[in-house]
Ligand binder design. Structure first.
Ligand SMILES: NC(=O)c1ccc[n+]([C@@H]2O[C@H](COP(=O)([O-])OP(=O)(O)OC[C@H]3O[C@@H](n4cnc5c(N)ncnc54)[C@H](OP(=O)(O)O)[C@@H]3O)[C@@H](O)[C@H]2O)c1
Length: 270
């Protein structure tokens, strides 16, 4: 019997590419998104269904999980992928923007995870994969709040894996470096006059990194590897300079690493 993956944020980018990748490998795919019209071109795959899921809406989460189980009989893998980045000067960010960033990237993941656990516990089997980020273990300027959501996810999942092992539930984090998707177009960028000189240049330097970024296909391949390697391994770095940067962070004293990041991302700022 074919296995089933439920993906959040499957309308574009990593989620969409992973949906296609798994559908082409013969899996049943529940491609969930908040605006189903965006997924029309995915409907060419007979083993793929689109369901409405906004990670900020608990009713839609429960409904999408129920609909997926009705359609395919079972869920084997939950891919918590939906997310976006609030970027810029922290002082300029409104409480509402900060809250929405945490609601989407952290509480959204917690809500979908909580909603799937009864299903996994009952059948004593399942997997939760998350798109965290290399930015869940290292940091760059202007992404303070985004980083704090991804660091939260890393800690949450690292701890959660212990209690879920007794039910044969695996937890895995995919940690991409810069990847070419709609991510950079969806950035919520904020600044103010006092920060402008710094934020504009650092933001430009960060976006320059995206110019050489690989496409989301390599992330889909990494998700495939993580799903199929039959291990309880937690972390999978992938993409661009991500794996190298994580290695350097592990190797170097933090002050050296910070200098290295600064020399790239704060280039041109006096
Ligand atoms: N691209 C990178 O360089 C990179 C690097 C590291 C980690 N990541 C992470 O990878 C994940 C996917 O991002 P991406 O690069 O593929 O960017 P993307 O192309 O912008 O995709 C983001 C997806 O998240 C969805 N989304 C946003 N808010 C949502 C909500 N409230 N409920 C449901 N879906 C929501 C978007 O849906 P709509 O179409 O409705 O907006 C879209 O489908 C994110 O968690 C991101 O933090 C990306």
């Amino acid at each position: 019997m074919s296995k089933t993956i439920l993906i959040t944020g499957a309308s574009t980018g990593i989620g969409k590419t992973t949906a296609i990748y798994f559908a082409e490998k013969g899996w049943n795919v529940s491609a969930t998104m908040r605006t189903p019209e965006k997924g029309k071109d995915l409907l060419n795959y007979p083993n793929l269904k689109i369901f409405t899921l906004d990670v900020l809406n608990e009713t839609s989460i429960k409904q999408a999980i129920d609909d997926t189980i009705s359609a395919f009989g079972n869920i084997d893998v939950l891919f918590n992928n939906a997310g976006y980045a609030l970027v810029g000067a922290f002082e300029a960010m409104s409480q509402e923007q900060i809250k929405k960033q945490f609601d989407t990237n952290v509480f959204g993941v917690m809500n979908v995870t909580k909603a799937i656990l009864p299903h996994y516990r009952t059948k004593k089997n399942g997997m939760i994969i998350n798109t965290t980020s290399m930015g869940g273990l290292i940091t760059f300027p202007l992404y303070s709040v985004y980083h704090s959501t991804k660091w939260a996810l890393e800690g949450f999942m690292e701890s959660l894996q212990f209690e879920l092992k007794q039910f044969n539930i695996k937890v895995k984090n995919i940690e991409p470096g810069a990847i070419k998707t709609e991510f950079e177009n969806a950035l919520d960028f904020v600044s103010t006059k006092d920060y402008d000189k710094y934020t504009r240049q650092a933001h430009k330097n960060m976006l320059d990194i995206y110019k050489a970024a690989p496409t989301s296909e390599i992330v889909a391949q990494k998700v495939w590897q993580a799903v199929n390697d039959n291990s309880y391994r937690l972390r999978y770095a992938v993409g661009g300079r991500g794996p190298l940067l994580l290695f350097m962070r592990w190797l170097l004293p933090l002050s050296w690493f910070t200098k290295m990041v600064s020399s790239q991302v704060e280039k041109g700022i006096k």
